[in-house]
Design a binder for this molecule. Sequence first.
Ligand SMILES: [Zn+2]
Length: 79
Amino acid sequence: MSVVALPIVSAADAVLSLRGSFCPGCRGRKKPKQTVCFECYSKLSRPQRQNLYKRVGSGYEAAVASALQTLGVETLECK
Ligand SMILES: [Zn+2]
């Protein structure tokens, strides 16, 4: 398994992605207000999931970056 660099996630992109229904983890669909779809979410570790409940500006961006890295995604894509 190749190692993906930690993506850079801006607050603006994190919020945009959070509001949308595009899962940045698998490019499928997710529910708005959730970071990724259930399938991607289930691949994350417990601490990673807990970090996704942090607020934007208080660790959420870093939590998204860590989650995407685990899912093998290099950049946060917003749609
Ligand atoms: Zn997904």
